[in-house]
Design a protein around this ligand. Structure first.
Ligand code: NAD
Length: 485
C-alpha cells in the first residue's frame, strides 16, 4: 500500500545544536527522508546553528556524511542528496553570546513558518528564546521545538515552562517525546477508537491488568554522566512510559486534535495513585564481560545508587479503571530490545468445558518495536481427538507485512513529528501542564527512595531484570509476558 504524501508549505527550520549527535543521527536524516518523499518542498531551508567554527560548505559535508550513515539509500546516489544539501546553511553562534545572531536573523525568510529546534541542553533554552526575541525572530509564524529531558523534577520543569512562556505562547511550543511519533503508538489510538470491537471491553470490568514494557539491550553508553543524575525513572518512566500509559488509559477524546487529546491524557496522570514503596522495584545491571562493564563502571561512579531498571504497579483512581492495576517496567542491558503493551483480559466468567480443558485469558499485545504490530491471543481447541483441550493461539498482524509499501520502512518518529511542527499540529506533543503533572507524580517516588536510602537490586546483564520485579507480579498471581515477543 503506497502512502499518500501531502507536501508541507515551504518553511525555515533552524536547528540549534546542529552539529550534535541528535541533529546528525535523527533530525537531519529525518528531513532528508521527507524531502525524498516529496513532503519537504525544495524551497524550504534548513539552518544549522552551533558553536563549532564551520562554514556552510563544511556543515553540508558533515550533514552529507550523517545522511549517508543514518539514511542510506538510492536517493544518496542519484543527485537528490546534492539538491537537499543546497537547501542547507550554517551559522556559528554561541547561545549565551552575541556573535552570529544578527547573521541568523538575516537568513530567516519573512513570510513563512519558522521553527527553532533546540537540540541543546535545557540549560540553554532561556538564553536562546531570549535572543530569538531580541533579534526580532519571534512572530506568530514562529514555533519552538524542545527535546527531553524537560526538567529534572517539578520545580525545574515549571521553571522551563515559565522561561518558554515568557517568549512564546503555549500554542507555539512543541515538546518532543519521540515515542508519540512512532507509528504503532498512533495505531494504539486507531485500534482503540477506530474499531467498535475493543472499546466496550476497555475497562476494569473486562481487563484484568495492563503491562507496559520498554526493554533495551544497550547500556548507558556515552551518556553516563547525564544518566547517573537521571536514572530510569526520570529518563524513561516520567516521559515515554507515562505517555503510553495515558494513551492506553485515557477516555475517548471528542476529536483527534491537540487539546481534546492532551486534556484526556492529563486527566489520566492526575488520577494516578501514589505508588506504594513495596510496589516498585529498582535495579542496576552487573557486568557481562570486559567489553560490557556493569552500570557503576560504565558511569564511572563505583557507589552509584541510580537505577538502570525500574518496575512498578500503579492504579488509576477513576470510574473506568478502578481495580485494574497497571504494571510498568523499563531497563537497560536486558535480554532483548522490546517495547510492548499487553492488555490482559479477564477469564471468561464460566467455563463450560470443565477445569481439565484449561483456560486462557485473551491478551491484546501491541508491539512498538521491533516488528511493529498487534497480536490478539485467542483460545481455541487443541486439534485432535481425545476431548476438549483449550490452547492459546496468536492472531498476529505485522504492520510491515500488512501495510508496508513494497518493503519500505514506515516514516521514523522524527519525520512525522517535524512535519507536524511545520503543519502546526500539536496533537502528538506534550503540553506544559501534562509534563508538570507527570513530574508531580514522579517526584514523591524519587524523594521516598532518597529518604529511605534505597539501593537498587543488582541484575544480570542480558537477563529480564531483577528477580524482585518477577515477585511484584507473582504476589498478585500474575506474570510478566516475555520480553521476547
Ligand atoms: P551533543 O552534545 O551531541 O550536541 C550538542 C550541540 O549543542 C552541539 O551542536 C554544540 O555545538 C551545541 N552547543 C552546546 N553549547 C552551545 C552553546 N553555548 N551555543 C551554541 N551551541 C551550543 O548533544 P545531543 O546528543 O545532540 O543532544 C542535544 C539535546 O537533545 C540534549 O538536551 C539531549 O538531552 C537531547 N536528546 C538527545 C538525544 C540523542 O539521541 N542524542 C535523544 C533525546 C534527547
Amino acid at each position: 500500500m503506497v502512502s499518500r504524501v501531502i507536501p508541507v508549505d515551504p518553511f525555515d527550520l533552524v536547528v540549534f545544536g546542529g552539529t550534535g549527535d541528535l541533529a546528525r543521527r535523527k533530525i537531519v536524516p529525518a528531513l532528508f527522508r521527507r524531502y525524498c518523499a516529496g513532503q519537504m518542498q525544495p524551497d524550504s531551508r534548513l539552518i544549522g546553528a552551533a558553536r563549532s567554527e564551520l562554514d556552510s560548505t563544511g556543515y553540508r559535508a558533515m550533514m552529507a556524511d550523517a545522511i549517508r550513515e543514518h539514511a542510506p539509500g538510492r536517493a544518496c546516489e542519484d543527485g537528490t542528496l546534492e539538491r537537499f544539501l543546497g537547501m542547507i546553511d550554517y551559522v556559528t553562534l554561541d547561545a549565551q553570546g552575541d556573535a552570529g545572531w544578527a547573521r541568523l536573523a538575516g537568513l530567516i525568510s519573512e513570510d513563512r513558518v519558522r521553527a527553532f529546534y533546540l537540540s541543546v541542553g535545557p540549560g540553554l533554552f532561556g538564553d536562546i528564546a531570549e535572543r530569538l526575541r531580541t533579534h526580532g525572530m519571534v512572530n506568530d509564524r514562529s514555533r519552538i521545538v524542545v527535546e527531553k529531558p524537560f526538567g529534572h523534577d517539578l520545580e525545574s520543569a515549571r521553571a522551563l515552562n515559565r522561561t518558554l512562556a515568557a517568549h512564546f505562547d503555549e500554542g507555539q511550543v512543541y515538546r518532543i517525546d519521540h515515542y508519540l511519533g512512532k507509528e504503532t503508538v498512533q495505531n494504539l489510538m486507531a485500534v482503540r477508537f477506530g474499531n467498535v470491537l475493543f472499546e466496550p471491553l476497555w475497562n476494569a470490568q473486562y481487563v484484568d491488568h495492563i503491562q507496559i514494557t520498554v526493554a533495551e539491550t544497550v547500556g548507558v553508553g556515552g551518556r553516563g554522566e547525564y544518566y547517573d543524575r537521571a536514572g530510569a525513572m526520570r529518563d524513561m518512566m516520567q516521559n515515554h512510559l507515562m505517555q503510553l500509559l495515558c494513551l492506553i488509559a485515557m477516555e475517548p477524546p471528542a476529536r483527534f486534535e491537540p487539546d481534546p487529546v492532551r486534556d484526556e491524557k492529563l486527566k489520566v496522570i492526575r488520577a494516578l495513585d501514589p505508588v506504594e514503596p513495596h510496589h516498585i522495584v529498582r535495579g542496576q545491571y552487573e557486568a557481562l564481560s570486559a567489553e560490557h562493564p556493569g552500570y557503576r563502571a560504565a558511569v564511572g561512579n563505583p557507589r552509584s545508587t541510580t537505577e538502570s531498571y525500574v518496575a512498578l504497579k500503579v492504579h488509576i483512581s477513576n470510574w473506568r479503571w478502578s481495580g485494574t492495576p497497571f504494571y510498568l517496567r523499563t531497563g537497560k542491558r536486558l535480554v532483548a530490545r522490546s517495547s510492548v503493551i499487553n492488555v490482559v483480559f479477564k477469564d471468561a466468567p464460566h467455563s463450560i468445558f470443565g477445569a481439565e480443558a484449561g483456560r486462557h485469558a485473551n491478551i491484546l499485545s501491541i508491539r512498538l518495536q521491533p516488528n511493529e504490530g498487534i497480536t490478539l491471543h485467542v483460545t481455541i481447541k487443541e486439534p485432535g481427538p481425545g476431548g476438549m483441550r483449550l490452547v492459546e493461539v496468536p492472531l498476529n498482524m505485522s504492520f510491515a507485512e500488512a501495510l508496508g509499501p513494497d518493503g519500505e520502512d514506515p516514516p521514523d518518529a522524527y519525520e512525522r513529528l517535524i512535519m507536524d511542527v511545520m503543519r502546526g499540529n500539536q496533537t502528538l506533543f506534550m503540553r506544559g501542564d501534562e509534563v508538570e503533572a507527570a513530574w508531580a507524580w514522579v517526584d514523591p517516588i524519587i524523594a521516598g527512595w532518597r529518604k529511605r536510602g534505597d539501593v537498587p537490586k543488582p541484575y544480570e546483564s542480558g537477563s529480564t531484570g531483577p528477580l524482585d520485579a518477577d515477585q511484584l507480579m507473582k504476589r498478585d498471581k500474575r506474570e510478566w509476558r516475555g520480553i521476547k515477543p
